[in-house]
Design a protein around this ligand. Structure first.
Ligand SMILES: *Cc1c(COP(=O)(O)O)cnc(C)c1O
Length: 373
């Protein structure tokens, strides 16, 4: 028997119009293959315009963007950084690159993201903290107004990891543009992709200029190679930026499709016993990057994930919190067990924008079948 076609969690989806190839072709035609060039400059400009921010630096990854955001915020050796625990490790790793000390912060059920209460508790415990890294997970916005208020009150830099939330709006404003710095990712599974890449954004143009400098090996403007600071090779290539420019044109289409996918799951599955959908708040307009659920009944996340995998359908557990990771468990954690419970009970359902109506029905029919035993 041949296997049914694979349904992915979230795979790259290039435009039907071929925008990406046109921009890449331009780079070839002008032989602007090396880093930098028109596509990089235009991608930065178009991206900044799209998210309504002053300045953006196109980088080799979202992780590189977090690293340079920490550096721009002045985080260095021995500094304490508050970091949302429920996230992908890329949020936390750059804190270690800077030889700083992460303190992990719990989530709340209301947003699945950083709990403002736990954050406040952490401020009391570590008044000398240098920066806060909040995440907008799965395209849900954190309660950013309250988190920003706390950061302002304690005069601490706020970095938003919006890798998963391009196209997510909090009270009408793009997530990632509230803090001192915001970062986005164009990794293969994100809502738009360049195959790999990231963006650092800020209203502080001077610091974005500085980040571009660090990202090009901190090369001083001299004919010979002159370096006064440690540098990195973090710039996005002009070829890759061409893909990004094309993808940006279809971002709204992708958000619409992701929203449809989420609505389909709500309509088909919300009656099932013990299923709870990811939270919706009235200030939030999510991009629905991954439709995610909690399972509170007898059917456990792995039962569901394995049943789907048997039919060649990809799904995933919710991120395992950083404070439970062997590499990070020696660092402090402030909060209760919310992030852990979200991990233990959460499932990310297939949210691939290439899915057709019949694919969605294939997924929900299978899931409903599990409840009929
Ligand atoms: C994908 C992702 C990143 C890292 O982005 P890369 O471009 O893969 O380096 C960071 N944080 C979160 C929450 C992510 O999902």
């Amino acid at each position: 028997m041949t296997q049914p076609a694979r349904i992915f969690l979230s795979s790259p989806h290039m435009s039907d119009q071929g925008y990406e190839q046109q921009y890449v072709q331009e780079a070839f035609d002008t032989n602007w293959i090396a880093p930098l060039g028109t596509n990089v400059n235009e991608f930065e400009r178009e991206f900044a315009e799209k998210v309504h921010i002053k300045s953006a630096a196109a980088l080799s990854s979202g992780t590189a963007a977090i690293h340079l955001a920490l550096k721009a915020a002045g985080v260095g050796s021995g500094d304490i950084v508050f970091c949302q625990s429920l996230t992908f490790s890329a949020t936390a790793n750059p804190i270690i690159y800077q030889d700083a000390i992460p303190v992990f912060i719990d989530s709340d059920y209301k947003t699945w993201n950083m709990s403002p209460e736990a954050l406040e508790e952490a401020f009391h415990k570590y008044p000398n903290v240098k920066a806060v890294v909040v995440v907008h997970l799965y395209g849900l916005s954190a309660e950013i107004n309250r988190i920003k208020e706390l950061c302002d009150h304690y005069n601490v830099a706020l970095i938003e990891d919006a890798a998963e939330s391009l196209g997510t709006y909090y009270n009408g404003q793009q997530t990632g543009t509230f803090g001192d710095y915001g970062i986005f990712s164009f990794n293969g599974n994100k809502i738009i992709t360049t195959s790999g890449g990231g963006m650092l954004v800020s209203n502080n143009e001077e610091m974005i200029q500085k980040a571009r400098f660090w990202a090009t090996q901190s090369r001083e403007p001299a004919r010979h190679y002159e370096h006064k600071e440690l540098g990195y090779n973090y710039r996005m290539s002009n070829v890759v930026a061409g893909i990004g420019r094309g993808q940006l044109k279809v971002l709204d289409d992708r958000v619409n499709k992701k929203t449809e996918i989420y609505r389909h799951y709500i309509n088909e599955l919300s009656e099932l016993d013990g299923i709870q959908f990811m939270p919706e708040n009235n200030w939030d307009r999510p991009n629905y990057w991954l439709s995610s659920i909690l399972l509170q009944g007898s059917i456990r996340p792995l039962d569901l994930i394995n049943a789907l995998e048997k039919e060649n359908i990809e799904s995933r557990p919710v991120w395992k919190p950083m404070h439970l990771q062997p590499y990070f468990e020696k660092y402090d954690f402030v909060g209760t067990n919310v992030a852990e419970q979200l991990f233990l009970n959460g499932v990310c359902l297939p949210s691939d924008t290439k899915m057709k109506e019949e694919d969605l029905h294939r997924v929900t029919k299978l899931i409903k079948g599990l409840w009929r035993i």
